[in-house]
Design a protein around this ligand. Structure first.
Ligand code: LMR
Length: 335
């Protein structure tokens, strides 16, 4: 019996090898791994899923897009290294995370109270400055494809926060950014760099006393369950650069790259279109949970926040580039 099976297999192989009756095997799809650190139900998570849906549709299955959310593959710093090594092909790190890569100009987006609205940010990102910044990534083997919004940051803590002085001595988790470090020091807080995936536990165990982030990031990481107080300061911005490994991207057949570019343009419009509502909904959900109490700063409180933040602009202007900062200030009508 064993011989019979073996013989049948041999015949099958021979027929296959003759060519005439060989099944038409489709070429293996190109695999594009897109790794990110946030939950799927956030503006970035939903944007990534939309890109997968459209990218696979437009390339007619020739590209398989795999999405890895929630730091499943890599944490903050590691993901940029993985992209450069080609272990993943696409990421959307927050703009704050480009400074440690040597692209310090991106830290302009971290400056507190510089941008009056998401529209002002989009104006910069879609204009010549946004394009210039992407050029700075090319020598690092990275190509920038799009800017995605999240939204404005609020504070949370284990004690009430109304004005900057309330942060005095508090250990506040930040992303790895020199601007954010200077900002926390300006408020008298103690900045602690921590990977995004570790923030919930850091807050829960008291390794840090508070943090700053967008409502959608806070809610989807359940930070409101381990923080009693929040302050709706909207003091700074979190947005993303969607980036690819340049060698991978340049090596794609031109028609496929074009189809993926189309998918990216549409996913960008989709993600940017939902980001403000996603954050508003997340804030509502946190309020409804009854687990965290939010303070809305008065105009007087906001004056104090702005006054405490402004010196940071001068302090870091050397890092970011004085000319760039001046241009951005002028573009957004900063005061
Ligand atoms: C953070 O580390 O707080 C954020 O950059 C996470 C993200 O990607 O939104």
């Amino acid at each position: 019996m064993r011989y019979l099976v073996a013989a049948a297999c041999a015949v099958g192989l021979a027929i296959g090898a003759s060519g005439a009756t060989a099944p038409a095997f489709a070429a293996d799809p190109i695999v594009l791994k897109f790794s990110h650190v946030v939950a799927p139900n956030t503006p970035k998570g939903k944007g990534a899923d939309k890109f997968k849906e459209l990218g696979e549709k437009y390339t007619d299955g020739k590209v398989k897009i795999e999405i890895y959310p929630n730091s499943q593959l890599y944490k903050d710093k590691e993901e940029l290294e993985a992209l450069q090594l080609g272990s993943v092909q696409m990421l959307a790190p927050s703009l704050a995370k480009f400074g440690p890569l040597g692209a310090k100009e991106f830290e302009v987006f971290d400056l507190p109270f510089l941008f009056p609205s998401v529209a002002a940010l989009e104006k910069i990102q879609k204009g010549p400055i946004g394009k210039e910044l992407f050029k700075k990534l090319e020598s690092k083997g990275i190509e920038g494809l799009a800017y995605w919004d999240n939204g404005f940051k609020i504070f949370s803590g284990d004690r009430p926060i109304k004005v900057p002085d309330d942060l005095l001595g508090m250990k506040i988790r930040i992303q790895s950014s020199k601007v954010l470090e200077a900002q926390m020091k300006a408020y008298g807080a103690v900045p602690q760099v921590m990977a995004f995936s570790e923030v919930y536990q850091g807050l829960q165990t008291g390794v840090v006393d508070g943090q700053e982030n967008t409502p959608s990031n806070m809610y989807t990481q359940k930070m409101h369950e381990v923080q009693k107080y929040g302050a709706l300061t909207n003091h700074g911005y979190i947005g993303y650069a969607v980036i690819v490994n340049k060698k991978f991207w340049d090596g794609l057949p031109a028609d496929i790259r074009g189809q993926l570019e189309k998918a990216m343009a549409e996913a960008t419009a989709y993600s940017n279109g939902i980001s403000q509502k996603e954050n508003a909904d997340a804030l509502e959900a946190m309020k409804k949970s009854g687990k965290i109490e939010f303070y809305t700063p008065t105009e007087g409180d906001l004056k104090k926040w702005r006054a405490a933040s402004k010196p940071v602009w001068d302090e870091v202007s050397g890092r970011i580039g004085k000319d760039l900062l001046k241009k951005v200030e002028a573009e957004v009508g900063a005061k």
